[in-house]
Design a protein around this ligand. Structure first.
Ligand code: CO8
Length: 262
């Protein structure tokens, strides 16, 4: 398995578990972590596709990711901070574009850049101890790792504005209520439930999941009319795959499909 200084990788069935492993700083996104996340995405894009999904989590019992590294940011000038922010934009866009689902398994604090990193995943499972927030305003800052874009898309404009303008921290139940997380899970079952979902995904056609995901990512930038055109192209591409020939044929023949993966 590929090694990183600040991340650990482990496999569980068809899932690759990516752990941000800096528990002493509550897994804050120091420059070294951002560099490793960039290298991880590069590695996965080229050699990771034997896995059918990625689970992103944080080491320790307390925190998923407590945000950008405030100690390092305090020593930056505005120019350097801009470079740091743009690097994380590129990393989150590439993470979001991986051809397999990425689940954030939020086991504690997901604050500032931590909430923004979770939002770049396809969906979020939270432990009962998870909490979320965009507290940048309390540091005189604004969200800078994608939160102003992805939080309104996930929870709606007005709810996102309230969270961003107050910097308030919310608990898992409220995150579930506003649609920020898909489910709340006992902490000890968090990874297993995410693995079970990846197992479910691993049983369906891989090309169809990849195809659906890239269409959904592309649609984020489009209006309804343009997005429907993307869906039509995506459907036609899916229809032409061997996976779809097998899936449709198996249904008609009343048997389980055996997807060839192309
Ligand atoms: N950065 C660096 N170190 C951190 C961070 C952080 N974000 N969060 C915690 N730590 C460190 C603490 O300094 C402490 O280190 P040490 O033991 O050496 O003193 C250690 O982690 C443990 O933290 P605490 O003792 O504070 O633990 P508590 O349980 O008392 O509190 C909290 C936990 C509530 C999470 C608290 O640590 C906290 O408020 N952390 C900061 C949370 C925050 O404000 N996050 C948002 C940061 S801003 C951001 O993410 C902007 C993203 C966009 C940047 C764009 C750049 C252009």
């Amino acid at each position: 398995m590929k090694q990183f200084d600040t991340l650990t990788l482990s496999a569980k069935g068809p899932a690759l578990i990516l752990t941000i492993d800096q528990p002493k700083s509550l897994n804050a996104l120091a420059q070294e972590v951002v560099n490793d996340l960039e290298a991880f995405v590069q590695w996965f894009e080229t050699t990771g596709y034997e896995y059918r999904g990625v689970i992103l989590t944080g080491a320790g019992e307390k925190s998923f990711v407590a945000g950008a590294n405030i100690v390092q940011m305090n020593a930056m000038d505005a120019q350097a901070a801009g470079v740091y922010g743009r690097q994380m934009h590129a990393v989150t866009e590439r993470l979001e574009s991986l051809q397999v689902p990425v689940i954030a398994a939020v086991n504690g604090f997901a604050l500032g850049g931590g909430c923004e990193l979770a939002l770049a995943c396809d969906f979020i499972y939270a432990s009962e101890k998870a909490s979320f927030g965009q507290p940048e305003v309390s540091l005189g800052l604004v969200p800078g790792f994608g939160g102003s874009v992805r939080l309104p898309r996930r929870v709606g404009n007005a709810v996102a504005r309230e969270l961003i303008f107050t910097g308030r921290r919310i608990k898992a139940e409220e995150a579930l209520r506003i649609g920020l997380v898909n489910r709340i899970v006992p902490a000890e079952e968090l990874i297993d439930q995410a693995v079970a979902t990846i197992e479910e995904i691993a049983a369906v056609a891989p090309t169809a999941v990849a195809n659906a995901k890239s269409a959904l990512v592309a649609m984020d930038a489009l209006n309804t009319h343009e997005a429907l055109a993307v869906e039509a192209d995506s459907f036609q591409r899916a229809f032409a795959t061997a996976d779809s020939v097998e899936g449709r044929g198996a249904f008609v023949q009343k048997r389980s499909p055996n997807f060839p993966g192309n």
